[in-house]
Write a protein that binds this ligand. Sequence first.
Ligand code: 5RP
Length: 228
Amino acid sequence: MTDNFKQAAAEKALELVQDGMLIGLGSGSTARYFTEGVGRLIADGMKVRGVPTSRATAELAAELGIPIVTELVGQIDLTVDGADEVDPALNLIKGRGGALFREKLVAAASKRFVVVVDESKMVKQLGVGALPVEVLPFLWRLTAERVADLGVSLVVRGGEETPYVTDNGNLILDVTVEGGIKNARDFGVELKKLTGVVEHGLFVGMTDTVIMAGPEGPRMIGRESAGR
Ligand code: 5RP
């Protein structure tokens, strides 16, 4: 069922694609439905180009015949990506698929950032699950100690023996905040201050629209109606 909802949200987002657009292509299973849809639009004659947020998405886009842009001057017209958690103000946790750094770069370069999710991703407060934090491998244990000093618990993704390595050659710390993340903006700022932290999966104030799908079909939630 969840997969149907993911697909429904992604299909709704395809309605926003227009001829000539430069499109940010997200990562993960929900964004994959969107990228596949863009491939169909191209097969039908639409002219768009894509900026992939991960190697996996770049490979998929190439298979689907989507022209890829990786060097960018100016802005991306529209980016569509998934999320792990969405709060009532449309702030996000992203990166459980490991692509958070490129995803944030692409979202930040976009005129419109649209998030596609199934209803299970909606939360009252971020931090229900782990927050991914990308760190440099060099002296990463010291970085992990600095992060832990913020009063959180953490694990290195994949374990110390065979850690997961991101597309950027970095590691991911999965950070658990007991009781949830009370102030996502402040917590993100604290994380970014730490030497060795490359990026974190808190996307605060970046989302323009969430397309959330459940049994009643896809619903668009705009930033105006999100109480910000
Ligand atoms: C990858 C991400 C994904 O967008 C997020 O994990 C959601 O994935 P899915 O659509 O498979 O549930 O942030 O880094």
